[in-house]
Structures are given as C-alpha cells and as structure tokens.
Ligand binder design. Structure first.
Ligand code: G3P
Ligand code: CA
Length: 360
C-alpha cells in the first residue's frame, strides 16, 4: 500500500470521540461538500462522507445501490451497476467472491447456480452437499472451483429477463472501471474465512485492487469514495491491520451478529469500524439501536429497502426510506431501488441528466 492520507475517520475508527471544535469543522466541511454534491457540481469526497458518518445530524444520508439497481436489472451485472449510476446512486455495492485462479468477481452467492446458467454450461462440475432443510443432498457449483475464464462463459442475465441475455459476471476491476469517478464503491468481503481456508486472503486481494486503482490515496478517494463492509468482524479486523484507517469499515449485522447491537457490542465495533450496516428489521423493532450507535459516533447504513418486501405500514419504498432517515436517524441505506431514494432539500443527489430541478 502506498502512503496514506490523513484520515478524518481515524479518530472515530479508533473509538475516540472528536473534540467539539473538530466536530464543528467537520460539520461545516461536510455541509459544504454535500451542498456541492446536491447541486450536482462535485463528487462526494471521502472526507465529507466520513464527516457525515461522524456528525450527529449528517447533512444528508447516502443512497447505496444494493447489488446495483437490482430491482430492475440482474444483480451484480454491469447493466445493474450502469442503471444505478443513471439513477443517481451515491455508492454502488459489490459483493465479492474469489475464482479458482484468485480473481475477485462480483457475485452475492458463493455458488453460481442461482444467477447464472452454470448448470447448462458445466453440468458435471457440481459438488454434492447436505441440504440442511430437507436432509437430502443437493448439487452446488462453487465459484472457487471455476477459473475466471470459465466463469466468463456463463450468462448472468437470462435468469432475470431475456433483455439481459449475455450479461457476464463482472470482475471487481470491471466494476471499478465502470463506477470509478462517477460514484462511490461499497465492496463486501463475502465468506472471507472460507476463502482463507482455500489459501486466499480476500482482504489482501481487495486492498491490492484498490491500490492498483489509486484508491489508497486521498486523491483517488476524492473522486471515488470507498466503504468496505463485511459480516465478518475477523475480516474487518484484518483490513484494519493491513490498511490502518485508510478505508472506513462497516460491520454488517444480521440475526447471527445481533449481539453487536448491545452497548458493549457497539463499543467493540468502534475499535475497528466507522459504521454498522444492520438488517432493517433489527432497527425497526428497536430504533434505540440506531441512536446508541450514533452516540458512539458510528454511521448507520441499514439493509435492504426493496419494494416487494416493505413492512405493511409503509405505502412505498420512498416513504420507508424517509422513515429510516428521519425517524430512526440512519445515515444511509442499501436499496434495490436507488431511483426511489427520497430526494429533497437535504437528501439525495439527482439522477444523472436530470438537471438541478427537484426530483421525486
Ligand atoms: O451488504 C448489505 C447487504 O447487502 C447484506 O446482505 O446478503 O444482500 O449481502 P446481502
Ligand atoms: Ca452485500
């Protein structure tokens, strides 16, 4: 890794509370940057985004395109990422897996059969595993058993719709080539411990690619802000050891990690992360968890708002997201619908090409 720029998130990531003067300075910087962003005249900067996570009332929350604009295009394809950019996402998420030859690719599952035609192209390349629910055995096609050249033969779009036939599984580098300079990136280390057991360090690979793209420098992150997320605290701690405070880290919290939402758990998270990404039901059932995290200086980016699975009391995804920001106090959200992100005086930059007039 090359020399790291002084990082506004360092104090927060190390669990120290910023001084009052520093906090005021951060709010002013963040507000200025976000005004520029809201006017569409400047990209979000990493320092501004980190300041947003630190302030108790951030100027505006961030719009994170979950697996791209995955309500409208097949998840983790360049089509879904492109659409997310067109819809004005602040960040585009990439879930990461590793191929047999050690290349980072963007795919949610550790297996290929749900989102590609691997069963047709490589019918004999499965392994059989126990099916937890039925007690029977089932066939899976593991990403780690295929080279990048083999994975590139797969169709990753047809399962979603005929219009997307021919979409491929993108490498992380291809995702960066598309998104860099146009929005932030939000990679997630998926199953890092499984890959560790196969002899790979997903964290080292990720940091290598980020550095090769200049994102280990303040200048690089000025144009392309970066958050790195994981459900694995061990993976985030490894990243912290390898990269210091270069990148703000986000601890994902699902049902299995629920213990991290206690005061003690959240305090432990502040030692290595700048924020948390809790499953939405966990903070809907107990909104005080967001406030507790914010009091400790952690940003809060819950997942995932999707129109098909809204809680009954919300009429639409926009209203739900507005509740997540204005009532719960979250500082960002993962959504399959970056176009439905609430946009008003304080939230959301406009979709590309929509000018500076208000957008719904
Ligand atoms: O990373 C936030 C959210 O994406 C976590 O859930 O399963 O969609 O990766 P998942
Ligand atoms: Ca994810």
């Amino acid at each position: 890794m090359s020399a790291r720029a002084p990082d506004a998130g360092a104090g927060m990531a190390a669990g120290r509370r910023p001084s009052a003067a520093r906090r005021i300075r951060q709010v002013i910087i963040a507000a200025g940057q976000c005004l520029l962003v809201a006017c569409g005249s400047a990209p979000a900067t990493p320092d501004a985004m980190i300041a947003v996570m630190q302030t108790e009332r951030p100027p505006r929350p961030i719009n994170i395109a979950h697996r791209g604009a995955s309500a409208y295009a097949p998840e983790h394809t360049l089509a879904a990422y492109r659409l997310a950019l067109e819809m004005g996402a602040d960040y585009v998420e990439q879930d990461l897996q590793l191929t047999r030859d050690g290349v980072l690719v963007c795919l949610h599952d550790t297996t290929l059969e749900r989102t590609t035609n691997v069963e047709q192209v490589f019918p004999d390349r499965f392994v059989e595993v126990e099916n937890e629910s039925a007690g029977a055995r089932r066939k899976i096609w593991r990403v780690a058993d295929f080279t990048l050249a083999e994975i590139k033969q797969l169709d990753a779009g047809s399962w979603f719709g005929a219009a997307f036939t021919g979409e491929r599984v993108p490498t992380f580098q291809e995702a960066l080539d598309l998104v860099k300079g146009r929005a932030g990136i939000y990679p997630e280390t998926k199953a890092p411990d499984e890959y560790e057991a196969l002899g790979f360090s997903m964290e080292e690979q990720l940091l290598r690619v980020l550095a090769a793209n200049g994102l280990d420098t303040a200048d690089g992150r000025m144009r392309t802000p970066v958050f790195i997320q994981s459900f694995s605290a061990a993976s985030l701690r490894r990243l912290r050891t390898l990269a210091g405070a270069t990148y703000p880290l986000v601890q994902l919290i699902g049902a299995a990690e629920k213990g991290l939402l206690t005061d003690e758990g959240l305090r432990a998270v502040t030692k290595y992360a700048a924020g948390i990404g809790p499953a939405l039901p966990l903070v809907i059932e107990d909104p005080s968890r967001v406030a507790a995290a914010r009091r400790l200086g952690l940003g809060v980016h819950p997942y995932t708002v999707r129109a098909a699975t809204l809680p009954a009391r919300f009429p639409d995804a926009t209203t739900y997201m507005r509740h997540v920001f204005e009532e719960l106090g979250a500082t960002g959200v993962f959504t399959d619908h970056p176009d439905l992100f609430p946009r008003d005086a304080t939230t959301g930059r406009r979709p590309h090409g929509s000018g500076s007039s208000s957008a719904g």
